[in-house]
Design a protein around this ligand. Structure first.
Ligand code: BGC
Length: 498
């Protein structure tokens, strides 16, 4: 080999070594990054742990906070609001009633025909309307005018004139799913907005009157017979069909629970008398807080950046508005610290881009190559080149977020059962006798439970885990649909002045 040949050979060897070194370096670096991603996943999982011990602490905290909220206003983050619903519909309601259901990005108008005993709900018509984004943070006048105009169109379409005399006032059940301090069953003052609404001049106003003024302006001869939270509508509808229903839970965009309480247990309203001896309490459990809740740095960041920070802590861990965004935050930090998405990760920095239904669809993707995960990453997050290994990691993140949420919701439900002495333990100062098994129905409404099967399975499993099989046999979690709307119409009928 001549000098030239030798030189070339050495050159080639050097280049080859250099390439090998670069490749090796890259591989080492990519292994290191992957290790970091896995480490972050483990940290997140540990931060979200919901051992049975921790769930029991949450159960106890819920029951204790319920007592505190019933003892005095401001005694707990659980507001425990009176609803003035003392009697739930029983099937005797008769006539045609309207309902208006405002509580998320859509609102619905309904017309319900009730046949009285035996014939139950004869028919109901529903129409959904999206709420224009600008109205969610505009003025209360604009919001209520818009709703009243839409309601009027609906009434004109549906009303065939056969049911009522022309000049008779129609009765409306108004579902307003935000914290309201009620003065009566048909009036109440908005305490604060949740779920992204911020029509600030409505806070402190009687929302039923705001609606009635707008209806008058729109030329509608209608009055609010019942102002209810969606959760109370859910309880009303489920109780209409099943008299063993004692509580209701909503887990949708937001979350809440209500239940039937003995009036003598409501210390903050001493002397409250009702014909039934009980009344429905709207817990506003989305605002529940306890140091036993497993909170991570991602939850803290989400809360800090929300328009209602330090509020709705439980809601931010378990409801549909937030779950996707918790997962997004974990993935975005993995993108930053472990570079799992290369240079494509910009979209993950956008708040709420990863909505909970997308998260659920990814989580429930059962295809071996996670095709649905790939589709959503490509179409919704503009991340077209994510490897299978990373797609699996994403599914794990979704699983951790959902499992924690479902198990905490389960603990909340058992907390209510404990408070009313239906958890098999005799109840915290509930004065009820130990050990008598009674069928107990809890109505559950909202997309997370009704349509996200992994969430539902985790929740059901946790209820049995906490209560034990024997007690859990007497507890029925009953899916309710349209309770927020139809239930409000039923309550309008039950409290109608006609
Ligand atoms: C509201 C509750 C409502 C729940 C479910 C929460 O954000 O505060 O009043 O029942 O969402 O819609």
């Amino acid at each position: 080999m001549g000098k030239v040949g030798f030189g070339v050979a050495v050159g080639c060897a050097v280049v080859t070594c250099a390439i090998a070194a670069v490749l090796l370096g890259r591989r080492v670096q990519s292994r290191r990054k992957w290790r970091r991603a896995v480490e972050m996943l483990q940290e997140f999982e540990e931060g979200c742990a919901t051992s049975i011990g921790r769930l029991r602490q949450v159960v106890d905290a819920m029951a204790v906070e319920m007592h505190a909220g019933l003892a005095s206003d401001g005694g707990s983050k659980l507001r425990m609001l009176l609803t003035f619903v003392d009697n739930l519909p029983d099937g005797n309601e008769k006539g045609t009633y309207y309902a208006l259901d405002l509580g998320g990005t859509n609102f619905r108008v309904l017309r319900v025909q009730l046949g009285g005993r035996g014939s139950m709900i004869l028919s109901h018509q529903v129409k959904h309307h999206p709420i224009p984004q600008e109205l969610m943070s505009g003025t209360s006048e604009d919001l209520f005018d818009f709703i009243a105009r839409t309601l009027k169109q609906f009434v004109e379409q549906e009303d065939d004139g056969s049911e009522q005399k022309v000049d008779e006032k129609k009765e409306l059940g108004f579902t307003f799913s935000f914290p309201v301090r009620q003065m009566s069953v048909s009036s109440g003052i908005l305490v604060k907005w949740t779920k992204g609404f911020s029509v600030e001049d409505a806070v402190g106003k009687d929302v039923a009157r705001c609606l009635e003024e707008a209806m008058t302006k729109a030329g509608l001869n209608m009055q609010v017979a019942a102002l209810v939270d969606d959760i109370v509508g859910t309880l009303a509808l489920c109780h209409y069909y099943d008299k063993d229903t004692v509580a209701a839970v909503v887990i949708g965009t937001g979350t809440n629970a209500c239940y039937v309480e003995r009036t003598d247990a409501i210390i903050k309203c001493q002397g409250l008398l009702t014909s039934s001896g009980g009344t429905v309490v709207n817990m506003e459990w989305g605002n529940f807080w306890s140091s036993h809740l497993p909170r991570t740095s991602y939850d803290i960041a989400l809360d800090d950046e929300s328009p209602n920070s330090n509020d709705q802590g439980f809601e931010k861990m378990i409801s549909g508005m937030y779950l996707g965004d918790i997962a997004r935050r974990v993935l975005y930090r993995m993108a930053q610290e472990a570079d799992i998405f290369g240079d494509d990760a910009y979209n993950l920095s956008i708040q709420f881009i990863f909505r909970t239904p997308l998260m659920a669809a990814m989580h429930e993707d059962e295809s071996p190559d996670l095709r649905e995960v790939r589709r959503i990453l490509t179409e919704n997050l503009l991340l077209p080149h994510v490897s299978l290994k990373v797609r699996r990691l994403i599914v794990r993140v979704c699983d951790i977020v959902t499992r924690r949420a479902a198990r905490l919701a389960a603990a909340g439900i058992v907390g209510i059962l404990k408070k009313i002495g239906r958890d098999g333990s005799g109840g915290v100062a509930s004065g009820r006798t130990k050990g008598t098994p009674r069928r107990t129905v809890v109505a559950i409404e909202g997309g997370l439970y009704a349509h996200y099967s992994m969430f539902r399975e985790y929740l059901n499993e946790a209820v049995v885990e906490i209560l034990g099989e024997e007690v859990a046999q007497n507890v029925v979690l009953r899916v309710s649909e349209d309770g927020s709307g139809i239930g409000a119409a039923l309550l309008a009928a039950a409290y109608s002045s006609n």
